[in-house]
Write a new protein. Sequence first.
Length: 424
Amino acid sequence: MTTPLARAMETASHALIDAGAWVSQPEHAAGLACVLVALLTGSLLHRSERARARVLPYIPSLTELFEDEHDETTRFLASVHDMTMAITDAWNATRARTRRDASVEAVVRTDALLPACDAVTSGAESVLERFADFGVLAERAVAVRSELEAAWDYQSRDNYRTEVYTTTSTDAEGNTTTETETREVYENTDHYFTFRVGAAESARSGIADLLAERDTRELVLPVVDRLEVRLEELDPAQRSFLDRMVRHTILEEAEAEVTKADVVDAASQWILGARIDQWLQGVIHGGDWLATHHAGRMATVLASDARYHYCTTSRTHGGPPGYRAAGELRTELERLVDGWSALTTMVHRCASVAADLSRWSEDRSEEESDTEYVKAAARAYEAAFPGSSLEIDQLPRHGRTIGLALAVGVGAGVAVYLAMGGRV
């Protein structure tokens, strides 16, 4: 008589045999390997990213230690830096505590955050006011660029020919069948360029007005990197504090030896990472180029015929000389516009973040998450200091983690499939 235990063991034995047979198939083993490796990789990556995000960079702006006078630009940049550091300092404090109910909003020093947010808001207005002359030229450049775009119209038509071919197939009984089929094959492309002289003449007048306006404007760069930090003015206690901050929040090596160069580099990132000078330099360079080259390029544009037609075996075409000359003019106008646009986008983004952080920290009726605080601060910091070596946003990125895990899993699956004799 078979006992229940014996029947259970027999059932389990059959299940193991069936599972072994299933896994012995290359495609099944590959799929299982893909899933298991992807899960393991994803788990390890996520744990690594969470550990890395426990400490975010923190160092004061130390504005009082910089040589030379501060202006609207450097005061604004220092405020963005201090606003961000108030959040990273709070983040680090919450991660260092054992209490689970500690949050960034609960521990952030509002006596540091709120003045920095106010300074960012007022500084944004001051920066835009100081460089308003650059903005006037950018507005004129936008109008001229639109006229140049309207001066030319480009259209193309791909041409195909019908090709007749035959296919032969053999069925299971050895019978051969031949069929005639057709397909469309690319042959050439017609390119049509239409020139509108009225718009081109408006563009010429617009450039002349822009250059005349340029002569009346004050285009002076802020030269942010003129400032240099003077660490020698720190007392030993302050220097020890900075060494500790660099060691634990930037280098993240408890036993690392912190040099003066390390501290100077970290403390200067809100200067070294700023790109305001380069953005405004784009406005100046664009205007300089136009002053030197616009007459020749516009002469080429205005000498164009009303219509052009080219038939080539390429789907793209550079166009007639006037079309290419208009493109060169647009490129320089875009450089002028983009320089000012980059500055205004950065300033408005920082001001928007300052408003959010200020509102969140003052209104405790609804608590924003720690992640929301850090992401907001990172948006401002990355906008103001795109060249900074301090990585503020070290939060886990689930999309990237999933993508990498899947890639590794698929690779493992393919390797198992081929190792078990699977065929591609």
